[in-house]
Write a protein that binds this ligand. Structure first.
Ligand code: THU
Length: 160
């Protein structure tokens, strides 16, 4: 018997202003698109902004449905949109922000498991890491240099 240990590393910033201007701009676009969330059931609004290697920025917000599982998270709206329009482009950076209509989110809010699996697919496809920045409405920002930190021991196509 033996144990294995997998380590994840994140960089944390006290505020968005500590980050470079390009990341602040990307996060501010995520904040803007967060307002377009269709979230009548959860009142929880998420915005995602992707910077691609062709210079384009692709945005997404969560879109809910009365049949709850038919809705989609902001991150997947954004990455599927990017994959649909710019299939050859690599995703360099992803900024995510979440805010509730009922209480202020002050902690960094990471992507859900399904979004992690979906982002992983694109990181593996493009063979370069995606930098992921995530925050609540205010407060700390966390940076992951790759999706791998968020989904260690991931399932991918090599197992098929
Ligand atoms: N949501 C996202 O958009 N991204 C996540 O990673 C977590 C959850 C959305 C889905 C749903 O519309 C609402 O937040 C509450 O779960």
């Amino acid at each position: 018997m033996k144990e294995i240990s997998i380590t994840s590393t994140f960089t944390t910033y006290d505020t968005l202003q500590e980050l470079s201007q390009d990341i602040q701009d990307l996060m501010n676009q995520a904040v803007e698109v967060r307002k377009n969330a269709y979230a009548p059931y959860s009142q929880f609004r998420v915005g995602a902004a992707l910077l691609l290697d062709n210079g384009k920025i692709v945005l997404g917000s969560n879109q809910e449905n009365a049949a709850y599982p038919s809705g989609l998270c902001a991150e997947r709206v954004a990455i599927f949109h990017a994959g649909s329009i710019y299939p050859e482009a690599k995703i360099l950076k992803m900024a995510i922000t979440a805010a509730s209509d009922t209480n202020q989110t002050t902690a960094p809010i990471p992507p859900c498991g399904s979004c992690r699996q979906s982002i992983a697919e694109y990181e593996i496809k493009q063979e370069t890491p995606i930098e992921i920045f995530f925050m609540g409405e205010i407060g700390e920002v966390y940076k992951s240099a790759s999706l791998k930190n968020l989904l260690p021991f991931m399932f991918d196509k090599k197992f098929l």
